[in-house]
Ligand binder design. Structure first.
Ligand code: AP5
Ligand code: MG
Length: 215
């Protein structure tokens, strides 16, 4: 049973590793970015409020994201573990998460950081394509779909995220350094931070993570 947090700048490969880790350890993969994008698609009040922030590469207000995350963590499948991807993103979010878990007699077991240089991240994001139906992630050169524009897994249409333009990506880096990077110290001080070289290929990174978490 694991309660894990995945940290790293935009495009570090959090979603890619999260799918592999969640699959291996049979825990739910919870991406606040995916939850927000699905709220935008369904035009919920949360989605309507979040859209403007996300399109500019700004963080969505803490209260909105925390409300969505709490609802998800209260679900039955999270009782025995989970993997958070993209949450927390501010020290305030991390403190709220710790309080939520403490009240339930548990805590985060490990924070996994994926470390990647910015020039690599930019290339990854502008080439990223995502399946509209199942959310699988591809890259036009590193991990292309077999048929252009069609998901290998479910046959859905792949698309480019609205926040994957060069200008928005630059703003997301600025926001990451200002708001999210301080979390690395937060988890380091808590003694649960593990850093991995996210510039390697996805399988090699996954094997390193498994070697720390245990088979
Ligand atoms: P979110 O969806 O979380 O985006 P992000 O953190 O910017 O990260 P990405 O999803 O862009 O990248 P990733 O690390 O998952 O990389 P991926 O595996 O896809 O958040 C989006 C927005 O939502 C935020 O800007 C904010 O507005 C809002 N938001 C979300 N959570 C919030 C919160 N808690 N508080 C406030 N606001 C919040 O990989 C990227 C590409 O690289 C892919 O093409 C992939 O195929 C490729 N790739 C992956 N790994 C490798 C590898 N090892 N080698 C080569 N290519 C690789
Ligand atoms: Mg992601």
């Amino acid at each position: 049973m694991f309660r894990l947090v995945l940290l790293g700048p935009p495009g570090a490969g959090k979603g890619t590793q999260a799918r592999m880790i969640a699959g291996k350890y049979s825990i739910p993969h919870i991406s606040t970015g995916d939850i927000l994008r699905s709220n935008i698609k369904e035009e919920t009040p949360y989605g309507v409020e979040a859209k403007g922030y996300m399109d500019k590469g700004e963080l969505v207000p803490d209260e909105l994201v925390i409300a969505l995350l709490r609802t998800r963590l209260d679900e039955e499948d999270c009782k025995t573990g989970f993997l958070l991807d993209g949450f927390p993103r501010t020290v305030a979010q991390a403190e709220r998460l710790d309080n939520y878990l403490k009240k339930r007699g548990c805590r985060i077991d490990m924070a996994i950081e994926l470390d990647v240089a910015e020039d690599i991240l930019l290339k990854r994001m502008v080439g990223r394509r995502v399946c509209r139906v199942c959310g699988a992630t591809y890259h036009i050169t590193h991990m292309p779909t077999r048929i252009e524009g069609v998901c290998d897994i479910c046959g859905g249409e792949t698309y480019q995220r609205a926040d994957d333009t060069v200008e928005t990506v630059h703003n997301r880096f600025i926001v990451y350094h200002k708001e999210t990077a301080p979390l690395l110290d937060y988890y380091q001080t808590g003694g649960i931070l593990n850093r991995f070289d996210g510039s390697k290929d996805p399988e090699t990174i996954f094997e390193s993570i498994v070697s720390v978490l245990g088979a």
